[in-house]
Design a protein around this ligand. Structure first.
Ligand code: SAH
Length: 251
């Protein structure tokens, strides 16, 4: 009798389970799932923690509201002050190349919208990011707090100098193109640490390079042609701004 009852309950539960509709996916969850499948897994992003981070972080909250519906497309987008948020694939590749473990200290140069910092914060609780433009730094810090990324430290300043008080870092990601590796960043990388940086002149195809510090020196491990906004050297003449023109964007 007891076993009949048991079976009956089990059948009831199974039927109830079938009848319960899956929670509806919001448009942005669906867009993120597609982005991860097509743009990241469909290329060479294989690190499951990186893929999970991209499925979680609401990229549409990091772009101007009028561009929210374009946030999950396979392209960069303007974020104001003549700056851009990189294409999702490039953010993912840089993150994968950083090989972050929980607890690793990571420094980002060029906070911009704060999106890359949020992705990093999904992988470690020690995220530091520097942004030259005060208005972007403030907006990024506010946005990261509002989304619950309280552990990210945002500083307004010149990334060429790094963040000496918090060094050494297990990984440093530079999200604007430098003419060469800034010496302070090399110095602030710990032994075995990864530096991911686009190198090259403004406007031209640049090279995204992943270095590892071994025996106190940087060893190049991987590279890819890319195009980033320039890493500005405060004090040098300001003529390196890049006009990013993307077809089909609302004004
Ligand atoms: N990582 C950002 C996008 C960065 S765009 C994101 O996820 O949205 C590059 C950023 O680097 C711009 O915001 C630009 O203002 C900033 N930048 C340029 N030169 C810099 C410097 N010397 N120090 C710090 N930030 C700099």
């Amino acid at each position: 009798m007891a076993s009949h009852l048991h079976f009956f309950c089990w059948v009831l539960m199974a039927v109830a389970g079938l009848a319960t509709p899956l929670p509806a996916q919001t448009w942005d969850e669906a867009a993120r799932e597609r982005m991860v499948a097509q743009q990241l897994k469909g290329r060479d992003i294989t690190d499951s923690r990186v893929l999970a981070a991209f499925a979680r972080v609401p990229r549409h909250r990091f772009v101007p509201e009028r561009l929210a519906s374009l946030a999950y497309g396979d392209h960069p987008l303007p974020i104001g002050s003549e700056q851009t948020i990189s294409q999702p694939y490039i953010v993912a590749l840089m993150t994968q190349w950083a090989e972050l473990q929980p607890g690793d200290k990571v420094l980002e140069i060029g906070a911009g919208s704060g999106y890359q910092a949020a992705i990093l914060a999904e992988l470690t609780d020690q995220v530091f990011t520097i942004e030259l433009l005060p208005e972007l730094a403030k907006a990024a810090a506010d946005r990261l707090k509002a989304l619950g990324y309280h552990q990210v430290r945002v500083k307004t300043g010149d990334g060429y100098q790094g963040w000496p008080r918090e060094a050494p870092f297990a990984a440093i990601l530079v999200t604007a193109a430098a003419r060469q590796v800034p010496p302070a960043l090399e110095a602030q990388l710990r032994e075995g640490g990864r530096l991911v940086i686009p190198v090259g002149p403004p406007g031209l195809p640049q090279t995204l390079i992943r270095y590892r510090k071994t025996g106190g020196k940087l060893t190049e491990e991987a590279r890819l042609p890319v195009r980033f906004v320039p890493l500005v050297q405060p004090g040098s003449q300001k003529d390196e701004g890049l006009q990013i023109l993307l077809p089909g964007l609302p004004p």
